[in-house]
Design a protein around this ligand. Sequence first.
Ligand SMILES: Cc1ncc(COP(=O)(O)O)c(C=O)c1O
Length: 385
Amino acid sequence: MTSRIVYLDNNATTQMAPEVIEALQSSYEAYGNASSMHTFGRRAAGYVEKARTQVAELLGCNADEIYFTSGATESNNTVFHIARSLIESGKGKRIITTAIEHPATIETTNYLRSEGFEVDRIGVSADGRLDFAELEAKMGPDVALVSVMTGNNETGTIQDVERASRLAHKHGALFHTDATQAIGKIEVDVRKWNLDYLSLSGHKFYGPKGIGVLFVKKGCPKKPFMNGGHQEGGFRAGTYNTQAIYGLGVAADLARRNLAYESAQLWAMREALRKGLLERVDDIVINGCQEHCLPGTLNVSFPRAEGESILLMLDMKGIAVSTGSACATGSLEPSYVLLAGGLDVELAHGSIRFSFGRYNTMEDVDYVLEVVPPVIKRLRELSTR
Ligand SMILES: Cc1ncc(COP(=O)(O)O)c(C=O)c1O
């Protein structure tokens, strides 16, 4: 084992920023229920509302369009719950999404299918970009909702969300994007992209886990996913998680202020790793679109080496990466995201995702470039025996 630790699994989750930890600690004095009318409650509500403003500033919207949830999984589920109720009340018949969404969308829409709802999944090209010809062909006045993720969690490929939203609106459909992986990495502007709904999650940008947001454009349909109290104007029941919300607000503020710098840093590290691997390891394939890519994500296939074996050998050297989607760990199925782009099954099996974050350095890249080549060489030797 080694004492050196290089965490390159920031798309799975990030470590909390010290500023967020400090904010969490200070916020525990606001232990009142944010819905209570007394001083304790009002103090807690002040923390919640401050965070709401900080998230709104990050997304370029009004604070009253921000709803706190338990994470992006709940936000996505809520959006499809709204689409379901629209269809049930006769406003449209179909939902359109893509083949490469996170399971929080894929499984939710699979469930809707099992309940008899019509869901179309649009394919992607070899570089993981949305097939707009197919989307255009599938659009029609009977589409209730179109959902296209902003940046993919496995490959980092960024979609032209603005164009997809325009197309959805042209046909009278509502538009949602899962921007969970994009927040803090690229500019996300709900007005410029003309979004109706957007999902994000605190733990992907140095905030706490178990807290997320659903942005709902003013006037767009809302329907609670859970029954209970009247929090969030009756849209999201459950006692406010004041501390996590406050921490999320601080994380949003940091993300907004550091965006340009961090985005450039992430890209520099990612590019140094990409070039270094191409120089040092023969016969590798870089997956996803290289032009429209989240700055910190690099997905690489190493033919004749199994992804899980690479992951475990790197782990022994203190390097944390993932293979396929971290959320799918435990399953040895090749990544459906890579297969959707037409990648060969063997290449998909040998794929590794390196995802950089705020606390990585160029020294981390140097270390990874020192460790990966002999690991791949060894595994390839073993595979030919
Ligand atoms: C694109 C995307 N959407 C949704 C989620 C789920 O987020 P959460 O962990 O907040 O439920 C993730 C987490 O991996 C993600 O990457």
